[in-house]
Design a protein around this ligand. Structure first.
Ligand code: UDP
Ligand code: MG
Length: 316
């Protein structure tokens, strides 16, 4: 098998309904492109520990068309790990991660490839509206992008999902990064390169339902910020400094007042407030320290990012 020009990598978790329609739609869109990539592409599924019929559907798709291949994980490792695996495994010169639910319209691939031929190494897709996401999801996403870009030096483009074209050069850089916590958007921002964007409308999910609840998104957001920025660690020195200054002024004030007016017993309220406030701050800062220490632990274990149980197509 000759190495393809274009690799589409697709993380899937329990998506039996979506496999067939995805292969059909993406395949036909790519075949209709005028670019030479249309004749040389692969669709690489990464089965992220699905427990339904997903893997069998992929096998069937592979039998029908050997440009469809897959690796299957030993368990669910999460979408970021699945994307990492896809980048490791893909053979193309241009690599595009896509969601299997067809929320990323394959028609955009043409524009992406055109930009890539112009010499851009990263062409990210930007959602020009997020109508299809619920209001709370849009608001929290907005807040997240702001917080992330405020704290981190590597700005991530707002409303760019994982749907983007990556040149082989970029993929090789990302693959050489040793860290376990793979917050892809942050890694791409850090890597640099010539970047362009194409905008698109994010569509409704075609089959099944979203795999991300708010708790998962929150954990994901924490991963993103703690892996890209140390600002949450540093803020405590400043806050501590400010509180200590205020405490000093207050101490001077109380001393002088005592010298002038004598000892005053009342003061329970201010005492309680100070103790509770500082106690709260200390716990919070300890928690944040713990968050980073936990991440150091995960990194030092040097465990693999994912475990491949089975391969479909490709070398075998
Ligand atoms: N996905 C995955 N592993 C997971 C969760 C999701 O590989 O643990 C895949 C999923 O099958 C889909 C893509 O990631 O192809 C995006 O998931 P989803 O559509 O649920 O996310 P949303 O579009 O709601 O952000
Ligand atoms: Mg989706």
């Amino acid at each position: 098998m000759r190495a393809p020009v274009l690799s589409i990598i697709v993380p899937v978790k329990d998506e039996e309904e979506a496999i067939g329609p995805f292969v059909e739609r993406v395949g036909s869109v790519i075949r209709s492109l005028s670019d030479p990539a249309a004749k040389s592409f692969e669709i690489l599924f990464v089965d992220d520990g699905s427990s339904d019929d997903t893997l069998n559907r992929i096998k069937r798709a592979h039998e029908a068309d050997d440009r469809v291949r897959a690796i299957s994980f030993s368990r669910n490792f999460g979408k970021e790990a699945a994307l990492s695996a896809g980048l490791d495994e893909a053979l193309g010169q241009a690599i595009v991660p896509m969601d299997v639910d067809l929320q990323d319209p394959p028609e955009v691939l043409g524009d992406m490839i055109a930009k890539w031929r112009e010499g851009f190494e990263i062409v990210y897709g930007v959602r020009n509206d997020r109508e299809t996401d619920s209001l709370p999801k849009r608001l929290t996403a907005d807040l997240y992008y702001r917080a992330h870009n405020w704290m981190s030096d590597d700005k991530i483009p707002e409303h760019a999902g994982d749907f983007r074209l990556l040149d082989r050069k970029v993929v090789d850089v990302i693959r050489a990064m040793p860290e376990r916590t793979r917050f892809m958007k942050g890694l791409f921002a850090w890597a640099g390169f010539r970047q362009a964007s194409v905008s698109y409308r994010r569509e409704q999910r075609q089959h099944g339902q979203t795999k991300f609840n708010y708790w998962k998104l929150w954990t994901f957001a924490l991963d993103g910020i703690t892996s890209a920025s140390t600002a949450p660690l540093r803020i405590w020195s400043y806050l501590g400094g400010i509180v200590a200054m205020l405490a000093l002024f207050y101490a001077i004030f109380v001393t002088i007042r005592t010298l002038i007016f004598g000892v005053q017993v009342p003061g329970y309220a201010s005492l309680m407030v100070a103790i509770l406030f500082l106690g709260g701050l200390q716990l919070l800062s300890l928690g944040i320290l713990g968050e980073y220490v936990g991440r150091i632990l995960v990194e030092t274990k040097h465990r693999p990012l994912y475990i491949v149980r089975e391969r479909i197509g490709g070398d075998d």
